[in-house]
Structures are given as structure tokens and as C-alpha cells.
Design a protein around this ligand. Sequence first.
Ligand SMILES: [Zn+2]
Ligand SMILES: [Zn+2]
Length: 360
Amino acid sequence: VVTTIRAAVVEKSGTLPEIQEVDLVDVGGDEVLVRLAATGVCHTDVGWAAGDYDALEGAFPFPVILGHESAGVVEEVGANVTHLRPGDRVVLTLAHHCGHCGYCARGTPMLCDQRVQNRTRHIRDGLPIVQGHGTGGFAEATIVRAVSAIKVPADVPLEVAALLGCAVATGVGAAVNLAQVRPGSTVAVIGAGGVGVSVVMGAKLAGAERIVVLEPNADRRAQVAAFGATDTLGADEAAAAELEPHGFDYVFESAGRGDTMEMAVRLARKGGTVTLIGAPPPDVSVTLPALDFVASQKRLLGCLTGNVHPDIDIDAYCRLYLRGELPLDRLVSARIPFDDLHVGFQRTADGVGLRTVVVF
Ligand SMILES: [Zn+2]
Ligand SMILES: [Zn+2]
């Protein structure tokens, strides 16, 4: 049986996705075919299409079907899949983990040795097209490893559930899983896009007393209080330092820039924890004043999708959303039809709104 669907293909570096017909391969034994309902547009999609990661030879190939923040309905399951059945509503996670390598055993599925980022399950004119980030979410349907599809409760809208795949998992996970924000602590968040406000939500959940957001975009600044920010500033290091003269317990960088990463380290208190989340282009480096860093005993953490534990975290985020403790609806700034995907790319590139979601 050949399943023909519409998918948005980016032909080559520096071009935008174009919607065309492609076929799906047969569903493998440990895979599921998911009819997609919604896919969020992430900065990484825009950067991949623009060629920001071309220097990482072969890791971000073309032609590619981007989109890695997706939710939908299972249509077909492989012969070995026992935990999902057709009709299940699922969010697709980015872990694509094997479940038994050393990294999976250590509870870091995002670092899994078997993690397959660039699979090919869509075919055009007999040639395979890469699924960006192992998902291929800018398409009417996709095939993923069953381990990457996590069931969501009936009352969580799929356009909200989609955000659990990347932005929310990354931001909330950065605060809760990686930095392990403590009750009563002080937090600074640099950059308030979909990931940054998710850090704010995570820090609030964890009981932070003060959450300061540094964001140059006034429209985004106006929205962060609703997620739990207590103070909002422009990209103003001096103003932030004035608010907490001894530095912050936790600082998060989600702008993906070298200069703001260095700022993040400066804003942390002695013994404070700095978490770097934003994905800069591969040629960006940061410089630290080494003696000061050593003597102030700061901690510096990298963050890949919030070290999400899909089977535990996605379910928890859904329940917190239903209890009103994760205001995920507010993250969706715009819903656009699939045919307007280029508008979503433009909005994301321009930093308009928090998250633009394609609704199929
Ligand atoms: Zn993403
Ligand atoms: Zn593994």
C-alpha cells in the first residue's frame, strides 16, 4: 500500500520549504505512522533551512522535511508495537532513544548513542528525503520509532501538546531536570521566545521566588508576566545586576548567542548555576574569565531538550497543564494553515510572537 501525502520539502540550503506530494514507506516493526494535527515552528527549523548549520558536514542534510514539534493521531502500528494502537493521540518527542545503551541507562535519553536524527521514511521519485530531527513534522503524516510517540490525554488539545515535543520540554526541563531550581531561589532568563518562557514556567513550578526576564523585544516582554516572570528588562545586564547585586542563583541563556552566554555567567552569584540552552551557529565560542570562574565556583551546564525523560515528563506536563499550572495555551501566538508554512518561518525568523503552530 502506498500512502501519498503532502509534505514541505526544503530542497537546498538557503531556501524555504515547498509543499509537494511524497510517499511514505511501509511501517517498520517498531514504528508507528502518525497523521499529524499540529507542528510548531522552532528556530532550529529556520536555521537549518537558512544554512546556519551547513558547517557541520552532513549532520543537517538536504533535501529535508523539517518540523520536530508535532502531535497527531496514530494511524498504523508496526508488528512489534504493543503500547500504542490506531486512534491514540500522541506527541512526538525528540529523544528517538534506544532505551538500553549506557546513556539511556543513566537517565539521559537525549544523549542516546543510537539516537537517529536523520532517518528517511518519505520518498519522492524513488529517492528518500531526510526527516529533520528524526521527525519530519511539516507533512500531513510521518513515520517515527514508536518509542518517540507518547500518548496524551483526550482533553489536551493537539496544537498545545505539540509544544511539549521541543519548546516546553526544553525550557521546563532546563529548569526542573538540569538546573534543578530550588524553592525560594532567584532566577534570570535571557531570551523569552517559546523556550525562554518555558524556562519561566519551569522556574515558577519549582518555586523560584524571583524570575527576571531579559528580552529586547517589547511585545514578548509584555507577555512574560503571565507565565510567572516577576521582573522584565530589556537586554540590560546592568539593570539585572542592580536587581540582584550578589548575582542570581540560576541563570538561563535561551537566545543562542555568545555574548549573552558570557553575560549569563557574569549574572550568576558565587556558586550559582548557569544553563546554556540556545543553539548558536557552530562557529560561535564563548570566553570565560578563568580565574574568576574557578574562584567563584559557578556551575556551567549545557542543555539538550531539557534532558527530557519522555515517558515521565510528557505525561506530567499534560497533567500540570490540565490543572492550570502550565499555561501552555498562551504559548501559541498564531495558528496557521499548512499552506502558509512560509509565513511561520518568517514570523519565527523575525521573532514575532512566542510560538507559531501549523495546524493541519
Ligand atoms: Zn526545536
Ligand atoms: Zn540509548
